[in-house]
Each structure stands twice: as structure tokens, then as C-alpha cells.
Design a protein around this ligand. Structure first.
Ligand SMILES: Nc1nc2c(ncn2[C@@H]2O[C@H](COP(=O)(O)OP(=O)(O)OP(=O)(O)O)[C@@H](O)[C@H]2O)c(=O)[nH]1
Ligand SMILES: [Mg+2]
Length: 281
């Protein structure tokens, strides 16, 4: 629960936005109210709904609020977060969505774990209730696939590899992005998984549970291409599979074949991914 025992001046909340005018002002105000002394960095991908003006107006009131306006040719959530984390000036950072699905009151729990020495903290959704059934199935399948990928490479894992709520030591994540960023799926939504593929095996990884909420207002930016992009994050085989499925979905018959392939992959992933995870050493 907020505000916890952390030195708030050591934290930057990285907030990615694309057309979030209905949420961004309230989110920024809430963060500064709950955590006085933190920095907030909005990473915007050329929103055209007034989000940028809203942030510029807030900057007149909050000296610790920064805005990064990205090149539209490089649009993408993962790409935005790579830029956002790399530009953080404080020792620690937290990444969260601007639409209130990640509750501001839970930020303090992640901060406390990081202040306690964790290198990376994953916000774990205790329920995925707000997601529709297909989204829940896709999220569960993608998690299993990602867990299997990490298990095969003996990398640390978490119970929620598809989480968009996480944080850590800035220097460590910045180094991974600088050295391995070219391999990240820039247009994807799962930068945590990209990071975890490349962090050293012996990092201290911790988890903080939180109650996943409904999008407060505005529209989701997620689409089926982005969901499939998780496969493209799973090495060459995953890339081929993701691309084939994308091609297959153009025909109805092929959709059935695609679905069967998916079920088979998930079944294999479930069997292989049931080995115990190792969130906390
Ligand atoms: N900078 C940037 N931010 C983005 C982009 N796409 C989405 N976002 C932001 O990333 C966060 C998560 O996007 P959402 O559309 O909520 O995705 P989601 O939470 O997986 O989907 P829902 O559960 O349907 O809300 C929000 O704060 C968005 O404004 C993008 O291309 N660039
Ligand atoms: Mg959302």
C-alpha cells in the first residue's frame, strides 16, 4: 500500500501514453499526491486526442513531470518503454499503464521491494477478471510459452510474465536495453518478457501482487497482431510460427489449422512450463 518506506526521490514512474486524454491528468495527479518527491515521465507516441496538451498543462504545476514526444515512424509500446527506461535519471523506475488497470496505490509495494534490494520486481495480477475470456486464454497461453522459453534458457521467471506493471534498478535494465535492445519486439506490448530474456541469471527477482482493474476510460490499443507478437519474441521458431499464423488468418479454413497449431503449441508449452518457477532466490 502507498506510500511505503521508500525514498521517493529515487523513483521515476514511466507512463506510456497513446490517446489517453481521459486518463492521463488524473493518473499524474494521483501519482504526485500519493508519492510526493517521485518523478513521472510520460512517453507519448504522437497522441492526437489532446493527451500532449494535457501533459504540457500539468508540467506548469509539477516540476518533476517530463514528457517525451516520440517519432511517429518508431511507434510502439515496447519501443516507447525502452526509450523511457533508458532516459530515467533516478536510481529506480516503475513502469505502469496510464489507464488505471495498474492501481496507483500498488506502486508503493513495488517501490518497497526495489528499495529492499530487488533488481527487478514484477507486479503479479491476482485476478485477470477484467479481461474477456479470449483475452484470458491468450494471456495464459502466452505466459506458458514465455515461461517455457525462459525455463529452457535457465533464466529467472515470474508468475506473470505478461505483466505491464514492473520496475527495477535503472542501471541494470538500461544496460540490457543498450546491449540487447536490437532484439526486442519494438511494436509489441511485452517489454518485461524481452528484458527477462536478457537479464543475468543471478538477478534478484521479486514479485508484488496487485488487483488488476478495468480500463478507467478510453479505448484499448491492443490488437490481434500485438497478441501474436509474443510468439515472435520466442526465438526463430516462435517468429516463424507467429508470422505463419498471421498469414493463415486471412482464410477461414486456415483459421482452423492455425487454431489447431496454437492448441498444440500451448499444450506442449503447458507440459514443459510446469517446472517450478524461481521468482525469489
Ligand atoms: N507510447 C505508447 N503508449 C502506448 C502505445 N500503445 C498503448 N500505449 C499505452 O500503453 C498502455 C497500455 O495500453 P492498453 O491499450 O491499455 O493495453 P492493454 O492494457 O494491454 O489492453 P486493455 O486491457 O484492453 O486496456 C496505456 O497507457 C496506453 O496508452 C504505443 O504505441 N505507444
Ligand atoms: Mg489497458
Amino acid at each position: 500500500m502507498a506510500p511505503g518506506n521508500s525514498d521517493l526521490t529515487k523513483f521515476t514512474v514511466v507512463l506510456p501514453t497513446y490517446n489517453e486524454v481521459e486518463n492521463v491528468s488524473r493518473m499524474v495527479e494521483e501519482l504526485f499526491r500519493l508519492y510526493p518527491g517521485i518523478s513521472v515521465s510520460v512517453i507519448d507516441d504522437c497522441s492526437n486526442d489532446g493527451t500532449i496538451d494535457a501533459v504540457l498543462a500539468l508540467q506548469k504545476k509539477h516540476g518533476l513531470l517530463t514528457l517525451m514526444r516520440r517519432d511517429p515512424a518508431k511507434k510502439g509500446l515496447t519501443a516507447s518503454l525502452m526509450d523511457g527506461i533508458s532516459s530515467v535519471k533516478t536510481d529506480f523506475y516503475i513502469v505502469m499503464d496510464a489507464d488505471f488497470q495498474h492501481p496507483p496505490v500498488s506502486v508503493g509495494d513495488l517501490m518497497d521491494k526495489i528499495s529492499g534490494g530487488a533488481d527487478l520486481v514484477v507486479g503479479v495480477r491476482v485476478t485477470k477478471g477484467p479481461l474477456t475470456l479470449p483475452r484470458r486464454i491468450a494471456s495464459g497461453g502466452a505466459h506458458k510459452l514465455a515461461a517455457t522459453y525462459l525455463w529452457l534458457r535457465r533464466k529467472p521467471r515470474s508468475r506473470d510474465l505478461m505483466s505491464g506493471f514492473f520496475g527495477g534498478r535503472t542501471e541494470l535494465s538500461r544496460k540490457v536495453i543498450a546491449e540487447q535492445g536490437a532484439k526486442f519486439e519494438g511494436r509489441g506490448f511485452k517489454v518485461l518478457f524481452d528484458l527477462m530474456k536478457h537479464v543475468p541469471r543471478d538477478i534478484r527477482l521479486e514479485e508484488a501482487e496487485f488487483v488488476f482493474g478495468e480500463r478507467a476510460a478510453g479505448e484499448s490499443k491492443l490488437n490481434s497482431d500485438i497478441i501474436l507478437s509474443v510468439m515472435k519474441q520466442c526465438g526463430m521458431a516462435g517468429k516463424m510460427l507467429g508470422t505463419s499464423i498471421q498469414l493463415l488468418v486471412v482464410s477461414k479454413t486456415a483459421q482452423v489449422i492455425g487454431l489447431l497449431i496454437l492448441v498444440a503449441i500451448f499444450a506442449i508449452a503447458i507440459v514443459m512450463g510446469t517446472a517450478p518457477h524461481q521468482p525469489t532466490p
